[in-house]
Design a protein around this ligand. Sequence first.
Ligand code: PMP
Length: 338
Amino acid sequence: MRHDSILSTIGHTPLISLDRICGDRIPAKVYGKVESFNPGQSAKDRAALYMIEQAEKKGLIKPGATLIEATSGNTGFSIAMIAAVKGYKCILTLSDKAGPEKRALMTALGAKIVLCPKDAAPEHPDSYYSRAEELAATIPNSFYLRQNWNLDNSGAHYASTGPEILEDTDGKVTHYVCCAGTGGTLSGTARYLKEKKPDVTIVGVDAYGSVLKKYWQTGIFDTNEIFSWKVEGLGKTIIPDNVAFDLIDEFIKVGDRAAALRVRELATREGMLLGYSSGAALEAVFAIRKQLTKDDVVVVLFPDHGSRYLGKVFNDDWMKEQGYLTPTGEPATYSVKH
Ligand code: PMP
């Protein structure tokens, strides 16, 4: 297949049967929507491209512009890739929770990185949100994408991820399971699927330490919920406009240990090297298994590739340090919430 640039290879990711990991343990048919097949190896390629191209159409991005974003890493990589192709400059403010692999990927594509402390509250001047605001206010001809609030983020998934899932399941999808960070991947896809198939069940996945599920349950932004967690990209300590809470039928919190063990199992049982939050998403399928039947068709979205986590979940020493593996390398079985 011939392409004008790398950008037209974004999307049309495969739906892959998870029979080897789910087969005898989950009553339904389960497919993974494997977003690591995007050229930037994550679902964020879709959101970044759509946000940038919509902004171009609205005249918000001019030639030679500087694109700015606050990111957990994947959006940054996608923006850096698109900026390289389109001739824009790119500055990314990044929480120091993102590992060195992710940072190197972005600088390799020509982006500049401003590293910010992961535990700074969003309103603190050192937080990656505040630093991005400051840069956008001081750099002329800049455009701050604001993935949490820019509804073209979820629009990307309404336009592409949703239709792909409906088509690739021949309209049979009954459950869509997806991590919530900015909410774009979850909400845009869910909006499309619910419009076409109102009885589809939307299952959001959240982290312990994040405020999203509590807000969905109570409408209260409860800062008492907040503590630090390890799964990158999953959960939030703010309420993004892109989370369409009304579309979510069930919200499952997944802990760091369960997500880590599950993503390692995906690698060894399915041969799929995927990111940490993919383990959280699959763990949520296991959490709802009692409500599934053999006629259900579950699509679980895997946001990114595992090469970005070789120093973490795929590193036995890191796993032991966290207590997720025993000193002899067995999965730790003690029950913890996170
Ligand atoms: N997992 C990973 C690894 C991510 O980078 C992101 C995006 N921040 C998500 C999950 C959540 O996706 P979204 O922002 O669309 O909710």
